[in-house]
Design a protein around this ligand. Structure first.
Ligand code: DGL
Length: 256
C-alpha cells in the first residue's frame, strides 16, 4: 500500500488525454501532472535535449513524492525511456505509437502514423517498426506545427483543419485503413480528424494501453493507494492558459 501520487509529465497538455484514461481505471490514486510547456514543443529537439528535459521533469515529480512516473509523451518516451529507467529506481510507464495493434489488424497492409519528427526518427520507433510491421507499409507524417497550435488553444476550426488535411489526405489517397495517433496531443483533435477521414479508417491511440500498464505496474510493485478522496494537482512552467482551457478552469494551476 502506498498513497503517494502518480506523476505524469508531457511537453504540454497532450498528456491530459493519458491522465483521463488513468483516472478512470485507477480512481483511488492521487495524481500530479506536470506540463513542461516552457520548453514545448519537444518534437524538433535533439535526443540530447529531450533526454535532459525528461530527466528534469522526472526529478521534479520525484521531489513532489511521486511513486511512479508516466511519461505521457511519445517524443520523450522514444528518446529517453531507456536512460530514465537506468538512472532512476522508480517504475516508469512510457508511451509509443501503437504500431503493433494496427499492423495486426490492417487488411490493406497500409497504416498511417501521425507523430513528431523526434518520435519518427527515434531508435525505439525504428525497432518497434522492424519488430511488428516489417510485412506492411507505414506511411509516416511528421505533423509539424500541430502541437504548437494545440498549445495555443486551437483544438478545432480552420487552422487545425487545414493542417490536418495536409497530413491526412496523402495517407488516405494511398489507401491506409488504420491511422495511428503517435502523439498524446492528437486525440484532442479527434472530432476534426474523424470528420476528415473515411469511416472505414480505424483510429488508434495508446491512451488506454498506457493506463492499463500503469495499473499493472502499480499492482506488481505493491504500491496501490486506498484513498477514498483523491487529489489531482497540476503544474506548469509556462503560461497556465492551455491547461486551464483543457481542464475547463476546474483546477487551480500551479505555475513554477
Ligand atoms: N505530446 C507530445 C508527444 O506525445 C508532444 C510532442 C511535442 O512537444 O512536440 O509526442
Amino acid at each position: 500500500m502506498n498513497n503517494s501520487p502518480i506523476g505524469i509529465f508531457d511537453s504540454g497538455i497532450g498528456g491530459i488525454t493519458i491522465l483521463n484514461s488513468i483516472k478512470k481505471i485507477l480512481p483511488n490514486e492521487n495524481i500530479i501532472y506536470f506540463s513542461d510547456n516552457f520548453n514545448s514543443p519537444y518534437g524538433n529537439k535533439s535526443k540530447k535535449e529531450i533526454l535532459k528535459l525528461s530527466v528534469k521533469n522526472t526529478k521534479f515529480l520525484i521531489d513532489k513524492g511521486c511513486k511512479i512516473i508516466v511519461v505521457a509523451c511519445n517524443t520523450a518516451t522514444t528518446n529517453s525511456i531507456k536512460e530514465l529507467r537506468s538512472e532512476f529506481k522508480i517504475p516508469f510507464v512510457g508511451i509509443e505509437p501503437a504500431i503493433k495493434p494496427a499492423a495486426m489488424q490492417t487488411k490493406s497492409g497500409l497504416i498511417g502514423v501521425l507523430a513528431t519528427k523526434g518520435t519518427l526518427s527515434s531508435g525505439l520507433f525504428g525497432s518497434t517498426t522492424n519488430d511488428y510491421a516489417s510485412e506492411i507499409k507505414i506511411i509516416e507524417k511528421n505533423a509539424e506545427g500541430l502541437v504548437e497550435l494545440i498549445e495555443k488553444g486551437f483544438i478545432d476550426g480552420d487552422k487545425i483543419e487545414k493542417n490536418l488535411k495536409k497530413y491526412l489526405f496523402p495517407m488516405i489517397d494511398k489507401g491506409i485503413d488504420h491511422l495511428v495517433l503517435g502523439c498524446t496531443h492528437y486525440p484532442l483533435l479527434i472530432k476534426t480528424i474523424r470528420s476528415l477521414i473515411p469511416k472505414n479508417i480505424k483510429i488508434i491511440d495508446s491512451g488506454k494501453a498506457v493506463a492499463k500498464q500503469t495499473k499493472k505496474l502499480i499492482e506488481k510493485n505493491n504500491i496501490e493507494s486506498n484513498l477514498i478522496e483523491v487529489k489531482y494537482s497540476f503544474y506548469c512552467n509556462g503560461s497556465p492558459k492551455s491547461l486551464n482551457m483543457i481542464l475547463n478552469n476546474t483546477f487551480a494551476i500551479n505555475s513554477i
